[in-house]
Design a protein around this ligand. Sequence first.
Ligand SMILES: NC(=O)C1=CN([C@@H]2O[C@H](COP(=O)(O)OP(=O)(O)OC[C@H]3O[C@@H](n4cnc5c(N)ncnc54)[C@H](OP(=O)(O)O)[C@@H]3O)[C@@H](O)[C@H]2O)C=CC1
Ligand SMILES: O=C(O)CCC(=O)C(=O)O
Length: 420
Amino acid sequence: MTVEALTEEQPLVSARRQLSEAAQYLSLDEGLHAMLAHPRREMTVGVPLRHDGGHVTVFTGHRVQHNLSRGPAKGGIRFAPTVNLDEVRALAMWMTWKCALIDLPYGGAKGGVTIDPRLHSRAELERVTRRYTSELAGFIGPERDIPAPDIGTDEQTMAWMMDTISVARGYTVPGVVTGKPLHIGGSRGRADATSIGVARVGLAALENAGIAADGGTAAVQGFGKVGAGTARFFSEAGMRVVGVSDQYAALYSERGIDIAALQEYVGRHGSVAGFTGADEIEHDDLLELDVDLLAPCAVEGVITAHNAESIRARIIVEGANGPTTPDADLILKDKGIDVVPDILANSGGVVVSYFEWVQANQAYWWTANRVESRLVERMLAGWALIRDESVRTGRTLRESATAIAVHRVAEAHKVRGLYP
Ligand SMILES: NC(=O)C1=CN([C@@H]2O[C@H](COP(=O)(O)OP(=O)(O)OC[C@H]3O[C@@H](n4cnc5c(N)ncnc54)[C@H](OP(=O)(O)O)[C@@H]3O)[C@@H](O)[C@H]2O)C=CC1
Ligand SMILES: O=C(O)CCC(=O)C(=O)O
């Protein structure tokens, strides 16, 4: 582990500090704390790609299974130029806490390939996905480790992964990945599940603070699978979404941005940049807008000790994994800003992934209504659990959520037998 060389902004440092705080609060045995701080299994693979032009580049891919005590490992696959092993380790640890907090029968995992998908043709991305999946073939499976989409991947990526594993096994294995297209055993409602979850717990937190959603204001960082849906659901709840951003531009409109029109524009142009229904602002200013709800839905480490003092949102709801560093959390706590933590706020995706896996294993498909009502029921129960714990203990929502999750995983370890 290279954690000593890392800085406060890096996700593995944040993840380990959050675990240490929970371990101390729970008076966790030192050995158990050490076990939970280390991934159970890791695989790093070379992924050669023959480009459309004929030359070959070798990319690096990872899959980290942080914990398997409550069930098979579960977590997304990221394709991004910034992917590195320590980041994947942190994301895998957060998956363990997320699945435990929302009470899914899973451990935590994450994977990624260090590649910029925007620079490659569809054919090249298919070859990269299939080669990466072949390298992981013995490591993943419906009873072992079940990938899903994350940054830079989508349902097509999952279809290629499922097909690669199915060809290798000689029969169709729908339960090996979730977030698949409907035609091959995907679940109704998975595409919007993360965003619905972020929006529902964000709105619940607003209500808890006595702020009316109707007429309230929101800003959303990231306009991808999670961010765009979150902005749309806020807008449908009557909020004015005054700010949104992607990698290329940040937009602001005091009147509120027409999210449906923006989604249509992004569908045609690939970015929010150039949309005429709002003004362009600096990226950093998006996070500092005076809004009721701020939803970071892009990457880790965007709210840090450097900008936390300038945050003016009443409530932060974390669509992204790890957007707020522990130092920033301390500042936000002092400022009285509630942070609905990632391990609850964005858990809607893995909840419906679980529903998808259950459906695939039973070959029995649920209606959209059944998926959504069970999703919302779980999200609101998760929200009530951490809010009540926070009220009871005087600790933050993140501290409460992490302690509940770590406790559940620790109990699973203890009852199965420690230190084999
Ligand atoms: N997909 C899912 O089901 C789940 C995702 N998450 C988490 O949500 C976050 C977003 O994932 P997802 O929506 O799937 O990924 P996508 O790849 O679909 O979208 C990512 C978005 O973030 C934008 N972005 C990246 N960097 C920045 C930046 N520095 N400033 C502003 N915008 C930025 C991208 O911009 P551009 O389009 O210009 O590249 C894009 O709009 C990640 O943290 C992921 O781990 C969590 C739970 C489930
Ligand atoms: O749907 C899943 O299995 C996991 C999604 C994911 O990667 C996440 O919640 O961060």
